[in-house]
Design a binder for this molecule. Structure first.
Ligand code: AMP
Ligand code: GLY
Length: 418
């Protein structure tokens, strides 16, 4: 099969790496791809959000299957557009991807189907939102409704901070249209766990649990990022918690989307908080997480292509999905300054040596045209190692990363330890 992956980050490199191992995949393409993906797939210079351009290219080049990985093209209806052009595609249609694209939609869905989540109210009027914050007190959480690159959430420790966030989103339009509607919700406490699950509209198969590290600096300090590292499985996700999540959250969510006439086919990302009152949903995403994907897919033993095809054909219950009985750690090496401004174009050294004991997924890199790779983004690489247990995986990732260097390289030293 000729397969196209849409996207160009570390997550897409991990998906490409896993699909390249499938005997069913004869030719692999990635648009736009990056400097590392180029070693397993042919990169095509089309922006991930260019729905028309992507469909035209996939049609003209006779793709048999398209995997849409990032949130924006899913929300824009790229899967719908592919299917309309007769090209089978993996990922939810826009009407199901809305569980990520609109926090108001997902909160209302959870309320209607009694899926545990933080108590909330939604607002389109700024004065009412400010008054609600005043009445509820802090800590309190303010969220822009739409996609805001993971930055539309403020966990406010004071009423003033929460009200500033409301004003920034609603009157200063900090997030454009994404912030004209808000969710304000109760602040939950407890460890956070991610569970990604394959879904075919009706059946759901959870992958091993994982844990992201969103803050830029050690000790969970500093600004929020796209994710500075991930481990899998999460030590907090015990079999007992897993059973509750399956019964109280995962199955009801899939059933709810089906009942609403929006069957979800693709990967659902359950962002969970293990609160003193039990597991609750922090957020849904409509795709693999990045960098959780890099850690989790490293543990997959089965053929990913078989699973993706089953998600589309509604036959996920008939696939035997196997995972290595190991742990994984993905350590992100970032550009100095990220998630603020940073320089790019720095040569990267040590990739070959690091690749002897770990898999180095590329996120923000590009080929320099002379056989080397240079930095081209905030998150540059995801050094991913397996181990018999979490400690071994974490040690492995740090040991491999020691070989890599580029100007102003920054990484956390406590991934998996906080
Ligand atoms: P989200 O984009 O909704 O996942 O929010 C980003 C981060 O904000 C989450 O990973 C949590 O750490 C935090 N957060 C979001 N909602 C809440 C909440 N209701 N209570 C406490 N922390 C939250
Ligand atoms: N790692 C968080 C996300 O992909 O949204």
């Amino acid at each position: 099969m000729k397969v196209l992956i849409v996207g160009g980050g570390g997550r897409e490199h991990a998906i490409a790496w896993a699909l390249a191992k499938s005997p069913k995949v004869t030719q692999l393409f990635c648009a736009p791809g990056n400097g590392g993906i180029a070693s397993v797939a042919q990169c095509v210079p089309i922006k991930a959000t260019d729905v028309e351009g992507m469909v035209a290219w996939a049609r003209d080049n006779a793709m048999d299957f398209v995997v849409v990985a990032p949130d924006d093209p899913l929300a824009l209806g790229m899967v719908d557009a592919m299917e309309a052009a007769g090209i089978p595609a993996f990922g939810p249609r826009a009407d199901a991807a809305v569980i990520e694209a609109s926090k108001i939609f997902s909160k209302n869905l959870m309320a209607k189907y009694h899926i545990p989540t933080a108590k909330y109210r939604t607002f389109t009027n700024m004065e009412q939102a400010l008054a609600y914050v005043q009445a509820e007190g802090a800590p309190i959480v303010v969220k822009a409704d739409g996609l805001a690159l993971g930055k539309g959430v403020v966990v406010a420790q004071s009423v003033a901070e929460a009200q500033d966030a409301v004003r920034a989103m609603m009157s200063d339009q900090k997030f454009g249209a994404a912030g004209t509607r808000l969710v304000i919700e109760e602040c939950m406490t407890g460890p956070e766990v991610t569970v990604l699950a394959f879904c075919d509209g009706e059946h759901l198969v959870p992958m091993p649990s994982s844990q992201d590290h969103k803050r830029a600096f050690d000790g969970n300090q500093g600004p929020n990022t796209g994710g500075m590292g991930a481990i899998s499985p999460s030590p907090n996700y015990t079999p007992e918690v897993a059973k509750r999540c399956m019964e109280e959250i995962f199955l009801p969510t899939v059933a709810a989307l089906k009942a609403e006439g929006r069957p979800f086919q693709g990967v659902i990302y359950f962002g969970l908080m293990l609160t003193p009152d039990g597991p609750k949903v922090v957020e849904y995403n409509a795709r693999f997480g990045d960098p959780e994907c890099q850690a989790v897919l490293s543990l997959l033993e089965s053929d990913l292509m078989d699973i993706l095809l089953a998600c589309r054909s509604g036959t996920l219950d008939q696939v035997d999905i196997r995972w290595r009985d190991q742990a994984a750690c993905c350590l992100v090496l970032a550009s100095g300054g990220y998630p603020g401004s940073y320089q790019t174009g720095y040569p990267i050294s040590g990739l070959e040596e690091a690749g002897k004991s770990a898999v180095v997924f590329h996120a923000g890199t590009r080929a320099d045209g002379q056989g080397g790779v240079v930095t081209s983004g905030g998150r540059v690489l995801g050094v991913t190692a397996l181990g018999a247990d979490l400690n071994a995986a974490i040690d492995g990732a740090y040991a491999a990363a020691k070989h890599i260097s580029f100007t102003d390289m920054h990484y956390r030293t406590d991934i998996g330890r906080v």
